[in-house]
Design a protein around this ligand. Sequence first.
Ligand SMILES: [Ca+2]
Length: 419
Amino acid sequence: MRSSPLAVLVLLLQVPALEVLAAGSDAKGEDTRPRTAASQVGAPIETAPPNVPEFKPAFPGQTRAPAVKSTTAFKVTEIATGLEEPWAIAFLPDGRMLVTLKPSGKLLIVSADGKKSPAVEGLPKVDGRDQGGLMDVELGPDFGKSGLIYWSYYEPREGGNGLAVARAKLVDGAKPRVEGVKVIFRMMPTLDSTKHAGGRLVFAPDGNLFVTLGERSILPGRVQAQDLASHLGKIVRIKPDGSVPQDNPFVGRKGAKPEIWTTGHRNVLSAALDAEHKLWVVEMGPRGGDEVNLISKGKNYGWPTIGYGEEYSGAPLHKKTAAPGLEQPVYYWDPVISPSGAVIYSGALFPEWKGNLFIGGLSSTALVRLVMAKDRVVGEERLLTDRKERIREVVQGPEGALYLLTDDPDGKLLKLSPR
Ligand SMILES: [Ca+2]
């Protein structure tokens, strides 16, 4: 007999997106034909006025892409509840999941039917105030042999904190623990801030590790996003042992941090590789300025010089949206979605989603789906809006379902699979 320790609640998806489509397409009349993956309406899913109407997109489709609607019916299963502000999921080879809890710094192992392990022992203390704590977790590329896992966290330091990345051997069992903890990267300088330290980890197929960072929100940090002597506001690329790949773009430049891969970022909480191994990130922007960026070695993504948003006070932030030598975002949102967590779908369960960029939305309380073509966004859908939950993380499970975490003191681990 099989029994689950938790009642598994299966919610059938409603079709709120269709209602939004109808509301957004009233100029053309409601389209009542059956919709297919290819059927799009011209109106964007976003109907609220922009915060910064004076800023216009650099090219058609850079914002407010046409609304699209998934045709594959799916269900949402609550795998686990009672997770205190969970942040990230990493799948173990046997289908269990490592799940991080941000403020407490706890790492749990959660089984496919929702059983939680005791907290993994041996992780260093985190600064769990505000946006800080234990962030991402990933298996090392050689996990099968080494058992190494990697995680990012706000490291308490003299004079403040900073993002750190550590690795250790996971020792599984009834009382799981880590052994041989080594801090392999420390974002410098240390600042006294509880915000904007990034923290997403992505292993590239060549074994190098991308770590996304942020500029700490406070003004002394913000200006460092353009400073090669600082890690703040950068994406860095390191080897699994923390050493610097010699083909990093600023290796050998006097005064530059050699770990830097790209510059000019505000706070990157979402990163994913596509089928061609290109790195995509989604940046938490200012008011009216969340961005999707396609990351290329050595490029400058503009923060705080250019952008499409404004200060949350409403004060102007950028004189211009474009400047020579500064990259344009592939896509931006005004109003914002507050992105956190992203995956590019490659599974077999939802053929119509292949190559789509999924993003967890916090303030937007949605799972945002972007349909991509030739490195541009050609369609946008907001899923799960009926649940009204802040979505912190989205990953693809080994069988091709999507797994999500909700951002809440009573956070949930959700599975999204075909009905
Ligand atoms: Ca930018």
